[in-house]
Write a protein of this length. Structure first.
Length: 242
């Protein structure tokens, strides 16, 4: 048997372990880096969860919902309360204006009932000059009072002529025009009429000891009333109107 068979030299046997150690060292370093990255990822996730726990908490969500609900209810109630107060204010102003007109109308009636026409005229002038007459036509009352001998004994307005209308349309541009309760200058104002066009269903001529006047009947905001047939109240009217 040949005893001269080749055997690994000492240098060759030392190279293999050296290579294995180098690969192992690299693998360990890679594993350490992976572990470090995992650790950072876990820490970051924990930090995010810690910060977001309050925002995702069912208790916090419930509290926030309740707060916003109360705020919404409170704001809604406040707006509704303001709207109601505005409506009540409008009703109060309307009722006050109506009562004011009734009061002034009664004073004029009492003045006209005085038998002495000069004294009756003085009473009317006093009502106008003192500012008592505010809601009625003070200029017309003054004009009537300037002619004591022609003062009516009362506001006895009579309808001289009445016409039923079908296609009559009037145009109002004056924002100060009022819808009257009766076809009479001294009658109560129901409401101010907004500028616009309105169909008229009826026209009347009224007469008193002083004047003759024409009046158109219209419907505004659910109310039937009268508008004077004059240039103050009416800008224009259709051909079928008187």
């Amino acid at each position: 048997m040949n005893n001269n068979a080749s055997t690994p030299s000492t240098s060759e046997s030392n190279i293999q372990p050296s290579l294995d150690n180098t690969a192992l060292t690299k693998e360990l370093a890679l594993k350490e880096k992976e572990l470090a990255l995992k650790e950072q990822e876990v820490k970051a996730k924990i930090e995010l969860e810690r910060r977001g726990v309050w925002f995702s908490s069912p208790l916090l969500i419930g509290i926030a919902s309740a707060i916003f609900g109360l705020l919404g209810t409170g704001i809604g109630a406040a707006l509704q309360g303001y709207s109601n107060s505005q409506l009540e204010r409008q009703k109060y102003d309307s009722n006050f204006q109506l009562e004011r007109q009734k009061f002034e109308f009664s004073l004029i009636q009492k003045a006209l009932e005085i038998k002495d026409r000069n004294e009756a005229a003085k009473q009317l002038m006093f009502l106008v000059d003192s500012g008592v007459i505010q809601s009625l036509d003070s200029a017309k009352i003054r004009k009537i009072a300037e002619q004591p001998n022609q003062l009516p004994s009362a506001l006895d307005i009579s309808i001289k002529q009445r016409d039923v209308l079908k296609e009559c349309v009037i145009t109002i541009s004056n924002p100060l025009v009022s819808l009257k309760n009766q076809p009479d200058t001294f009658s109560l104002d129901l409401v101010s009429v907004k500028p616009g066009t309105y169909p008229s269903s009826e026209h009347v001529f009224t007469s008193s000891s002083q004047t003759e006047e024409g009046w158109f009947k219209i419907k505004y905001e659910g109310r039937n009333g009268w508008i004077g047939n004059n240039t103050w109240s009416i800008e224009s009217k259709s051909n079928s109107c008187p």
